[in-house]
Write a protein that binds this ligand. Structure first.
Ligand SMILES: [Zn+2]
Ligand SMILES: [Zn+2]
Length: 144
């Protein structure tokens, strides 16, 4: 598993992008880094609110978008609404459960990394990265 980004990364990224390091922003970032289940903004909001009862959903939502903009968060493609955020910045693939909405990381395997592009791609194209998104039902949902 990828190492958790630490608060130094956060402070540095803020400085680079002329953002002030506020206690609220730091709290949102911490909570986000500890949430490895690809949380939505409302999940992070509920958690941050426990220690910062005056924080607004809008602040949390905006801060998560900012984290994405400065490269400290990504969003999970193809999982629909609401947006789900990812703190694992290493290249990886996703399994998405259509029943409970769980999103799990899985690592690159040779077969996936070296998969051959269909011939529709011209040879002049340069591929930088490829992500696989798998939809299905998790063990729990299959049992129900
Ligand atoms: Zn499920
Ligand atoms: Zn992920």
């Amino acid at each position: 598993m990828a190492p958790l980004p630490d608060s130094k990364d956060f402070e540095e990224a803020c400085r680079r992008h002329n953002l002030s390091v506020t206690p609220q922003r730091t709290a949102i970032y911490r909570e986000f880094c500890e949430s490895r289940e690809h949380p939505s903004a409302s999940v992070i909001y509920e958690r941050v609110r426990r220690r910062h009862p005056n924080i607004s959903f809008d602040t949390v939502n905006r801060t998560l978008s900012t984290l994405q903009r400065v490269g400290l968060a990504t969003t999970v493609e193809c999982s629909g609404e609401p947006r789900r955020f990812d703190s694992n910045l290493e290249p990886h693939h996703h399994f998405h459960c259509l029943g409970c909405g769980a999103i799990r990381d899985f690592n690159r395997g040779e077969q996936l990394d070296d998969f051959l592009l269909p011939e529709i791609f011209p040879e002049s194209v340069q591929v930088v990265s490829a992500r696989v998104h798998v939809d299905g039902y998790c063990e729990q949902c299959r049992r129900e």
